[in-house]
Design a binder for this molecule. Structure first.
Ligand code: DAH
Length: 338
């Protein structure tokens, strides 16, 4: 009897592999599991099995029956799947390497903003944010740039209405912070700015700046220089040098243009710095009394410095990038390097 079962098992195993369609499935089903099938036949022969062996032979037949049912059910499921999605592989190879989910990372601009925030926090600065849609008042008027001021020409703007525009710099954040806060204060305001500039390798309609503002009793230009130098060394290393040259901004007096030694060539001159060894990264100065007047600060008691740095410029200098546009194109070949 056991021999017969083993033989049937072999037959079953080879015939189940030959199932190609519903018909094949049915004929094997009836041959083994049908009312007059092989397994029923085995059960019929039980009376011939010696009494002592009946229980164990019975359980072997039952186990074989369950095995056949399971295999046939699986075969039937595969037939149905093949009908629904022809050609689809039905087997799962768990030894194949899995598909790695592609991990995102932070954009170089976001990384630089975090780093700027970290460095200025160390020096007691807080971080504030202003709106990207500004009023003409905050973007210009309050910063001592009235409607007919020639300084407006330098910041071609995207006006939304006659009094709303996309901010052309982060400086309006100074006014917003000072109107809300009593001095002394130290704050940086990073954010996105917009100008109607013609696009080229160093200009884009959208870019990032960080504004800095410190107001206290007896704040001087030396404090400004000291703080910016600490900042430059943190970002570019101990050999980084800064250059301050006289400049003009309506909201600071005196004002300076800030340049930093070119990082890729260590100031020797290269393509990134147009062979000058320096890269202009922003402007700065001592807060103009008329700005203090606008926000209600007493300029007899307080003084302050302000600066505005181009974040894209800092990134370009640090990595020797010659074209600002690449920072905004979302090209993964570029972004994966950071
Ligand atoms: N807002 C100026 C610009 O975008 C940069 C600037 C200059 C900011 C001098 C300042 C400053 O805070 O004091 O051109």
């Amino acid at each position: 009897m056991r021999e017969k079962i083993n033989k049937l098992r072999e037959e079953f195993n080879s015939s189940i592999l030959s199932i190609k369609d519903e018909k094949g499935y049915e004929s094997i089903y009836f041959r083994f599991l049908g009312r007059k099938g092989e397994i029923a036949g085995l059960f019929k022969k039980m009376p011939e099995v010696p009494q002592e062996e009946r229980a164990s032979v019975g359980s072997v037949i039952n186990e074989f029956k369950k095995f056949c049912e399971g295999k046939l059910e699986e075969a039937h499921r595969n037939l149905l799947r093949e009908k629904k999605e022809p050609g689809k592989k039905t087997c799962l190879d768990v030894t194949l390497p899995g598909t790695l989910p592609s991990l995102g990372r932070r954009h170089p601009i976001t990384q630089m903003v975090s780093e700027i925030e970290r460095i200025f926090s160390m020096m007691g600065f807080t971080v504030a944010h202003g709106p990207e849609i500004e009023t003409d008042y905050y973007n210009f008027e309050a910063l001592n740039i009235p409607a007919d001021h020639p300084a407006r020409d330098e910041q071609d703007s995207f006006y939304l209405t006659s009094s709303y525009l996309l901010r052309t710099h982060t400086s309006p954040g100074q006014i917003r912070v000072m109107k809300k806060t009593k001095p002394p204060l130290r704050v940086i305001i990073p954010g996105r700015c917009f100008r109607r500039d013609a696009v080229d390798a160093s200009h884009l309609h959208t870019f990032y700046q960080v504004e800095g503002l410190m107001v206290d009793k007896e704040v001087t230009f030396s404090h400004l220089k000291g703080i910016l130098e600490v900042f430059a060394r943190e970002i570019f290393g101990p050999q980084a040098a800064m250059r301050f040259r006289p400049d003009y901004f309506p909201f600071t007096e005196p004002s300076a243009e800030i340049s930093i030694s070119c990082f890729p060539c260590r100031g020797r001159g290269c393509r990134t710095c147009s062979n000058t060894g320096w890269l202009e990264i922003g402007g700065a100065g001592m807060v103009h009394p008329s700005v203090f007047k606008v926000v209600g600060y007493n300029y007899e008691d307080f003084s302050g410095f302000a600066f505005g740095l181009g974040i894209d410029r800092l990134i370009m200098n640090r990595y020797g990038i010659n074209d600002i546009r690449i920072l905004y194109e979302n090209d993964l070949r570029f972004l994966r390097q950071f």
